[in-house]
Design a protein around this ligand. Structure first.
Ligand SMILES: Cc1cc2nc3c(=O)[nH]c(=O)nc-3n(C[C@H](O)[C@H](O)[C@H](O)COP(=O)(O)OP(=O)(O)OC[C@H]3O[C@@H](n4cnc5c(N)ncnc54)[C@H](O)[C@@H]3O)c2cc1C
Ligand code: SF4
Ligand code: SF4
Length: 400
């Protein structure tokens, strides 16, 4: 059953729905439209119906009995809590407060008591701690087993994981075991009045933002894009508790033989200062100017997609929907127009300075400081002023 219905009072038998349906999902019977077994609920006919006779009937209440609470899965690396965990807790707390739920965090590791205590300081109600040598390094099999156990015990209405390689590996496995829905890589979440988690994520390469719900499956699972949601603040008087949960490992096929650290400096996702280059840069050699500026500010050079496509910078430097998301303390956009696919990856930065020759460039909508002018004139002045130890904002006074 698709959930789509025809209001026979409104249907005037025009047949438009029959013409537009690509699947023979609807026919006219006695001048009234009727759905057939072939309907795939796409729902083109509903959009095309001139009398709005086709509607979606809500079949299931989204408040599923026995499921309450928000559960977030913390991430550790080398035993240390990763920043994305605080972002999950911040968002989890907001959603839990909206619904009057408890907020639970799960931490998995070996010797992870310290990380559990840090999670408490972010104000979660419970930390479910699975502390076992088998969980020392991430492996999908034991981690999925432990999370399945946590979900089956707590029966949360919402479960959030990070949209990191670890989260992306675990979440689909867990959702499949629990036979529930999962929305990957969300950039915004909300709860409606009926307890439905509204999960917003870019679709079709970022051309549209889709909002997805899981009406029947529980928990409602989502992975959350790192560096998009604000992190939780530490609370003054943590009132939650750490619950140590016994873990019974099975026979696993995978083993960790060796851990090698990733080469440093290969990603801009963690850079505090990003100087980003757009197509306003005329030649590859001119990137040196930006490298100098980034060096002077202790940051890294990022870029828009066209510069990666031109082979000027590696894809690890691309900021945006199909690149990295950055949450820099300072982001300087040089000759970047401000397409949504780019700004989606940088607009959570604390301070954004945009330099563009076009006063109407959309990047200025995302900027805290707009510098209208030729970057080839402005950047040398900016570098000079930094070398003299002046504030970046001095530029505004000296150049009008
Ligand atoms: C599916 C999909 C995914 C995408 N993903 C990404 C992504 O992850 N990241 C990304 O960045 N893009 C992405 N894009 C591309 C995106 O849509 C834009 O095309 C791209 O961001 C534009 O790059 P730009 O701002 O450098 O170039 P342009 O849009 O060409 O802008 C150049 C700007 O430079 C200014 N300028 C020119 N000369 C000067 C000068 N001398 N001084 C000052 N300003 C000057 C111009 O006024 C202009 O505003 C994606 C596109 C699609 C379709
Ligand atoms: S398009 Fe609407 S009004 Fe026309 S036949 Fe279909 S349901 Fe009825
Ligand atoms: S919802 Fe889609 S598949 Fe079903 S009848 Fe309408 S157009 Fe056809």
């Amino acid at each position: 059953m698709s959930g789509l219905r025809v209001d026979s009072e409104r249907c005037d038998g025009c047949g438009r729905c029959v013409d537009v349906c690509p699947f023979r999902g609807i026919v006219l019977t006695d001048d009234v439209a009727v759905f057939t077994e072939s309907c795939r609920a796409c729902p083109i006919c509903a959009r095309e119906c001139p009398t709005e006779a086709i509607f979606l009937e809500e079949e299931v209440s989204s408040v599923v009995p026995g499921y309450s609470g928000v559960l977030v899965v913390a991430e550790l690396r080398g035993g240390l809590l990763q920043p994305v965990s605080a972002e999950l807790v911040g968002e989890g707390r907001r959603l839990a407060d909206l619904a009057g739920f408890d907020l639970h965090a799960v931490v998995l590791g070996s010797g992870c008591r310290d990380a559990a205590e840090v999670l408490l300081q972010y104000g979660v109600d419970t930390v479910q701690m699975y502390d076992h040598p088998e969980l020392e390094h991430f492996r999908s099999e034991p981690y999925t087993d432990a999370l399945e156990d946590a979900v089956k015990r707590l029966r949360p209405a919402v479960a959030l994981m990070a949209g990191t390689p670890t989260g992306r590996s675990l979440a689909p496995r867990l959702a499949t075991r629990l036979r529930t829905g999962l929305t990957a890589d969300c950039t915004a979440l909300d709860l409606d009045g009926e307890g439905r988690l509204l999960q917003t994520r870019p679709a079709f390469g970022g051309d549209v933002m889709a909002t997805i719900a899981t009406p029947t499956g529980r928990p409602q699972m989502a992975t959350v894009r790192p560096s998009v949601m604000p992190p939780a603040e530490k609370v003054e008087w943590p009132a939650g508790e750490v619950i140590e949960v016994p873990f019974q490992p099975a026979e696993y096929r995978s083993r960790v033989l060796e851990m090698r650290p990733a080469p440093e400096g290969s990603t801009i996702a963690d850079a505090e200062v990003v100087v980003a280059a757009g197509r306003g840069i005329r030649r590859k050699e001119d990137l040196e100017m930006l490298e100098k500026l980034a060096g002077a500010l202790g940051g890294m050079v990022g870029c828009t997609r066209p510069l990666v496509e031109a082979g000027w910078l590696p894809s690890t430097r691309q900021v945006g929907l199909s690149g990295r998301t950055v949450r820099a303390r300072l982001y300087i956009a040089c000759g970047i127009s401000g397409a949504i696919q780019h700004t989606a990856g940088m607009r959570s930065s604390e301070r954004i300075i945009a330099i563009n020759a076009d006063a109407d460039a959309p990047i200025f909508d995302a900027a805290h400081l707009a510098v209208v002018g030729d970057l080839y004139e402005i950047l040398p002045v900016l570098l000079e002023s930094i070398e003299r130890g002046e504030s970046l904002y001095a530029l505004r006074t000296r150049n009008g």
